[in-house]
Design a protein around this ligand. Structure first.
Ligand code: PBE
Length: 284
């Protein structure tokens, strides 16, 4: 009897250890919202690498808070991550190498628009063609929004940033820029870089007498709405890789106004203290 009891205690201890993940590491990848290109790429990575991990659909902000919580506890954690993003300024993180190239190479973030926008809003179209941010200025703006965003309105933060950083954006604005009260629709998705760039654009447009309607939508809805002609501009199209399937579907019903950020990247991101350097290391 005593022997059996000891055996059971041993078994429970082993099971508990395994369940805690101390020996086996994370059992899932913390994802974001389901329509993101990085979610589809991660499903593909799980299959292609044969990972014994599931993918949790959450949201950008939840992904950041789960990452922060794991780091505070010194635990291993794997998230769907991208750059530019303010999490890299908060924590010491690394992208896992992707020898199969599932997540593609570096890409650019483009501003896209509905057809006919150049005829209806020539100056706003020029403004968005000129709209371009470097990692330092975008990182600074995202950081401000992240730090002050809990208690302050995002647009108010962007207005402050606009007032303090005229050198960044003054060259984007065409001569005699004046909306005369006309309404422009600039939708966005709940992704940090798009929130930052969109609010900055709204701040500048409103300062030049445009009325801006801007709504947080699912990515599929934004592309559909651009194709239907209901949304005028969208600043967060990741090309050529991440949003390839949206462009395959809607590309001929959109205008690409060129990139607003160069050198963007998606992948699996982990704290630097984790042993894994490559997605293949997650198999061990
Ligand atoms: N992201 C941020 C998006 C594009 C912008 C990387 C989460 C995506 O995966 O679709």
């Amino acid at each position: 009897m005593k022997k059996l009891l000891m055996l059971m205690v041993g078994l429970v201890a082993t099971l508990t250890l395994a369940a805690c993940g101390n020996t086996s590491g994370p059992t899932s990848i913390v994802g974001i919202g389901p329509g993101a290109g990085i979610m589809a790429a991660t499903e593909e990575a799980i299959t292609e690498y044969g990972l014994d991990l599931t993918l949790d659909a959450t949201s950008g902000p939840v992904m950041v808070s789960e990452l922060g919580e794991a780091i505070a506890n010194g635990e291993d954690v794997i998230v769907t991550g991208w750059q530019p993003h303010y999490k890299f300024a908060m924590y010491d993180l690394k992208f896992l190498e992707d020898p199969k190239g599932i997540y593609g190479d570096v890409e650019n973030i483009h501003t896209v628009a509905r057809l006919g926008v150049r005829e209806d809003f020539p100056d706003v179209t020029t403004f968005f063609e000129n709209f371009y941010m470097e990692i330092d200025s975008l990182g600074d703006l995202m950081g401000e929004i992240n730090e002050r965003g809990e208690s302050e309105d995002t647009l108010d933060i962007a207005v402050d940033w606009m007032n303090n950083n005229e050198d960044v954006w003054s060259g984007w604005v065409p001569e005699g820029f004046d909306g005369e009260g006309r309404t422009v629709v600039v939708d966005y998705v709940n992704w940090a870089e798009g929130i930052a760039m969109t609010n900055l654009a709204v701040a500048i447009l409103e300062a030049n007498n445009y009325v801006v309607e801007y709504t947080d939508l699912e990515p599929g809805v934004v592309f559909q709405s651009l194709a239907d002609g209901q949304t005028d501009f969208f600043l967060d199209a990741w090309l050529p890789v991440t949003h390839e399937s949206y462009m395959d579907q809607y590309g001929d019903q959109l205008v690409d106004l060129g990139y607003n950020f160069e050198g963007a990247r998606i992948g699996l991101v982990v704290p630097s203290y984790m042993e894994a350097d490559s997605i293949e290391d997650l198999l061990e």
